[in-house]
Design a protein around this ligand. Structure first.
Ligand SMILES: *Cc1c(COP(=O)(O)O)cnc(C)c1O
Length: 467
């Protein structure tokens, strides 16, 4: 399989180089040159497969030429073996034709584990083959850092340094990162805000000599391999609920558009998806876009669903490229407009095509809390604020059209205990594998908000393997 950039000017790459590159050199995002499509008979033949084996069937065409079936099967088996539920991504019924898929049984209790557990292993596998090492540097406001650390811990070809703003992440979130004591992991608490942390990371990546010296890399959500691994659970839900013979819709709490774009990819691959329903919080750039055809950024407002507090949805560029029939020049022009003016107008035809599949709804904190309360009352289920937005968006979509609806639950309620307690009156307990989180020893270093100090720190840590 070959991959091309959404802006049409970067070199065409194989899977392994797309994995390591992340962002394309022309600023675009990589997509496969053609979409593998499964026939109805092939989808039927996936019924009953364990999650890790289904993952091999779904992803095999994307890695063709880089990984053989045996290698992919081993990596998938290892990636999902540690999940806390035997079904990996179990479904629960909420009402007539209404379901929720729980994507929070991985090590850090958020859906990002489903992709990152595999991506960490893919990195290690490809780097070892090439005889290379990388240093992953990232900033986190909470969820992504712990998922990346769990994905990279103890990998032989990877060192990872994660920055977080000192005293500004929740104690659960901090401990999920700082209690990982593996030799290849470092946590840095920065005296500053999340934006300061992001600026520090940018400063390191912008120093080309430093970047080359330590082979800096990132595992952010624009990496194609993350999208690829997320396609699997759409197939898992679809097949369990009757695909290819029963069509269904998915409702997805959305920030960077990576998760819901994986649903669109599943549709292109032959899964009978009717609609994709985007749920947003007060930071509703996507909802406003699907309502009016204009993408316009606004200030970010902190909400109860912090992992969706985003005003630029980077993965949206992938949908745009497909809706513009693969015209990289047109994507480049629109993204340029967006960067310069904070707004872009989608050509009418592309917007209409998107609207045939996508619809979107927004929920402010009040509506999120009342959705959590209502769900608890009607079904007994306790959900986190992100999942609540997905479920509430699904209900709105369902009321328009009564067909099978699957909402994706993206975080475990114990990850956001304050919001859950506020909504339901009960504080959720951590699951057994994290029950002793507050007793585990922590390790982290504290640094000033200073790029020179950070470079010295990263060099001293990651350079030890390069002497
Ligand atoms: C990252 C995240 C999201 C948003 O997913 P995108 O792929 O960025 O749209 C939603 N919920 C939770 C809990 C997350 O961690």
């Amino acid at each position: 399989m070959k991959y091309q950039s959404t802006r049409g000017k970067a070199p065409v790459l194989d899977f392994d180089d797309v994995l390591l590159a992340g962002l394309a050199r022309d600023g675009g995002l990589y997509l496969p040159q053609s979409w593998p499509e499964f026939s109805a008979a092939e989808i039927r033949a996936m019924r009953g497969l364990p999650y890790a084996e289904l993952a091999v069937r779904v992803m095999r065409p994307f890695v063709a030429g880089c990984l053989n079936d045996g290698e992919l099967a081993r990596l998938c088996a290892e990636s999902y073996a540690g999940f806390a539920h035997p079904a990996v991504a179990p479904l629960r019924q909420l009402g007539h034709n209404q379901w929720v898929m729980e994507l929070f049984h991985g090590p850090t209790l958020a859906f990002k584990d489903y992709a990152l557990q595999l991506v960490g292993r893919l990195f290690d596998h490809v780097l070892k083959k090439k005889g290379r090492r990388v240093t992953i540097v990232g900033a986190t406001s909470g969820d992504t850092g712990s998922a990346a650390i769990e994905a990279c811990r103890d990998r032989a070809a990877v060192d990872i340094v994660i920055l977080h703003p000192r005293g500004r992440v929740s104690e659960v979130q901090r401990r999920q990162m700082t209690t990982v004591l593996s030799a290849n992991v470092r946590n840095v608490a920065v005296d500053g805000t999340f934006d300061d942390c992001q600026d520090l990371v940018k400063a390191l990546f912008n120093d080309q000599a430093f970047r080359d010296e330590l082979n800096l890399s990132a595992v952010n959500s624009i990496n194609w391999a993350r999208v690829m691994a997320q396609i699997v659970y759409y197939f898992a839900a679809g097949i369990a609920l009757g695909a290819p013979d029963v069509p269904m819709s998915f409702a997805v709490p959305t920030g960077n558009f990576g998760n819901v774009f994986a649903g669109y990819a599943a549709k292109l691959m032959g899964l009978p998806i009717d609609r994709l329903i985007v749920g947003s919080n007060t930071n509703d750039i996507l909802t406003r876009f699907f309502e009016g055809g204009i993408m316009r950024t606004d200030g970010v407002v902190p909400t109860l669903s912090p992992s969706m507090d985003i005003q630029v949805s980077s993965n949206f560029e992938r949908l745009m490229y497909l809706a513009l029939d693969g015209d990289g020049g047109a994507v480049d022009k629109l993204m340029g407009e967006f960067r310069a003016h904070g707004a872009m107008v989608m050509p009418q035809g592309a917007w209409t095509a998107m609207r045939q599949v996508f619809e979107a709804y927004r929920f402010d904190d009040e509506a999120t809390l009342s959705a959590m309360r209502a769900l608890k009352r009607s079904t007994g289920e306790t959900v986190d604020p992100h999942s609540a937005i997905g479920i509430a968006a699904g209900l709105k979509g369902h009321s328009r059209k009564d067909a099978t609806m699957v909402a994706l639950a993206t975080a475990h309620p114990a990850k956001f205990p304050d919001a859950v307690e506020k909504a339901t009156g009960t504080r959720p307990a951590l699951p057994p594998h994290l029950a002793d989180l507050f007793q585990r020893p922590e390790r982290m270093d504290t640094l000033a908000n200073d790029a020179t100090a950070l470079k010295g720190y990263v060099r001293a840590f990651a350079g030890r393997n390069r002497a």
